[in-house]
Design a protein around this ligand. Structure first.
Ligand SMILES: *Cc1c(COP(=O)(O)O)cnc(C)c1O
Length: 465
């Protein structure tokens, strides 16, 4: 105890630390409050460690200053910041889903830094609508009569149901009462929107007659939900959208489809099955459909609603639209992304999500070889291998589809893989990689080539320890 007390007294005072040249220097690049806070927290930490009985606590001023500087750096770092995605999951919901195109990023920048036409009509010199910017563009690309974009697809579905089915019954197959990541649950959204859920069929089978037999005076709409993140296989049956349109329209009822991902190009051409695309889906005569902006479309977070004008007009007047409204930066990125879709060839070349999705194993091999060559030159504390593995689209899209990819697999000798994984998250530009079969995998599909040198240097530093 007495030893501790003597030792505790040796902890310097805040003012003493403040006077150190390295701290004065650090203080020039951060606010005074962060500086003092960092010193206080460092000294408090030392006190706790000494009281906890740790013998080897260094009270050298140089060591203390280093700790303070590290804390300042941490406090000065943006909390929301970029990472390198080495997982091979293209639309990683935890890593921000779709990466934007250069054009979309430029558009955000220019609109952010200047006044803009958000709600101003240049021709009339009068007030305009924020919904005008992408409406015609979306209609043109998708073949829909009209369109509106809101904050995200969850909001889109809510707005649709609230506008079209408040106080009325909405018929949904039990096989489609899904939960999508982030607590989007169809029954809950239905309840919130004021629609009355009528479940029909069973988990694995829903028949044509299930819809027909459950239509009553109270029915407001038929809803189909893309099951996105799971797939029922084996003894199963669902009613197609075409059939639902036939049933609905025979009874004068609108048909709504929550498409989820909303691919705008035909992905079957690139080996990706089972993901309906917006343009073909629109041709079924469905009244209203909605999808996300930041899934397969490869744009910013948004919910896009397209379909019959009479319904879209009603949605624009719904007070929820104000609550769900899309902001100017998102609109800028969305317009720029959509413009690329005017020519699908351009879209595939310039939208990162599509580029990554369309890259074959053969396309990725030279890229993998490059990273492998860098790492394989005089390795210290690790070995690498260039091999094949599987990536995923992610974002609740095409759940059963694994996409063959090229990975650099790393084995370590000095540091455990778990520790390395942790250390990779702590570096200035964190690297998110996954461990599989006692190797750490770097899937080159989702890594940018200009990050290879950084990855190489970081791994060498961490593995050599
Ligand atoms: C992803 C998804 C949603 C939610 O979309 P967000 O844009 O994330 O709000 C809703 N429905 C389906 C079918 C989905 O796949």
């Amino acid at each position: 105890m007495s030893v501790n007390t003597a030792y505790l007294r040796k902890i310097p005072k805040i003012d003493e630390v403040l006077k150190q040249p390295s701290i004065e220097e650090a203080g020039r690049n951060c606010s005074h409050s962060i500086l003092v806070e960092s010193i206080r927290e460092t000294l408090d930490g030392l006190r706790q460690r000494i009281l906890g009985g740790y013998e080897s606590v260094s009270l050298e001023m140089a060591d203390i200053c280093k700790e303070v500087q590290a804390l300042i750096t941490k406090k000065n770092t943006m909390h929301l910041r970029p990472v390198i995605n080495a997982t091979g999951i293209i639309l990683h919901t935890n890593l921000g889903r779709a990466k934007l195109s250069d054009r979309a990023v430029e558009a955000i920048k220019s609109v952010a830094q200047d006044y803009n036409t958000l709600e101003y009509n240049l021709e009339k010199g009068a007030r305009g609508s924020r919904y005008d910017h992408v409406e015609d563009l979306i209609a043109k690309i998708t073949g829909a009569e009209d369109a509106i974009a809101v904050n995200n697809n969850a909001a889109a579905v809510m707005l649709i149901l609230s506008t079209m089915a408040k106080g009325k019954e909405v018929i949904v197959s039990r096989g489609e009462l899904v939960e999508i990541g982030g607590a989007f649950r169809v029954p809950d959204i239905m309840a919130q929107s004021g629609g009355i859920l009528v479940e029909v069929g069973t988990t694995n089978k829903t028949h044509y007659s299930d819809y027909v037999n459950n239509i009553t005076e109270q029915t407001g709409a038929l809803l189909k939900v893309h099951t996105s993140n799971f797939k029922i296989m084996g003894f199963s049956e669902e009613v197609t959208l075409e059939e639902m349109v036939e049933i609905g329209h025979a009874k004068g009822l609108p048909v709504i489809y929550d498409l989820g991902s909303g691919a705008m190009v035909r992905l079957e051409n690139y080996g990706i099955q089972d993901e309906p695309n917006v343009i073909d889906t629109m041709k079924t005569g469905v009244d209203i459909l909605s999808f996300s902006g930041d899934k397969l479309l490869g744009g910013p977070q948004a919910g896009i609603i397209i379909g019959k004008r009479e319904w879209i007009e009603k949605m624009k007047k719904n007070p929820l639209t104000r609550a769900f409204r899309i902001d100017k930066l998102t609109l800028a990125a969305l317009e720029a992304t959509l413009r690329d879709y005017l020519d699908p060839e351009v879209a595939i070349k310039s939208i990162p999500t599509l580029q990554m999705m369309c890259a074959t194993k053969e396309d990725l091999l030279p890229k993998g070889q490059k990273l492998f060559d860098l790492l394989n030159k005089d390795p210290q504390g690790y070995t690498v291998e260039l091999t094949e593995d599987f990536g995923q689209i992610g974002g609740g899209s095409v759940p059963t589809q694994m996409i063959p990819s090229i990975v650099v697999a790393l084995k370590t000798t000095n540091i455990s893989l778990d520790k390395l994984e942790e250390e990779l998250r702590k570096v200035s530009l964190p690297i998110i990689a996954r461990i599989s079969k006692e190797r750490m995998l770097f899937d080159v599909r989702t890594i940018e080539e200009h990050h290879f040198d950084y990855i190489n240097e970081t791994l060498r530093q961490l593995c050599a320890k």
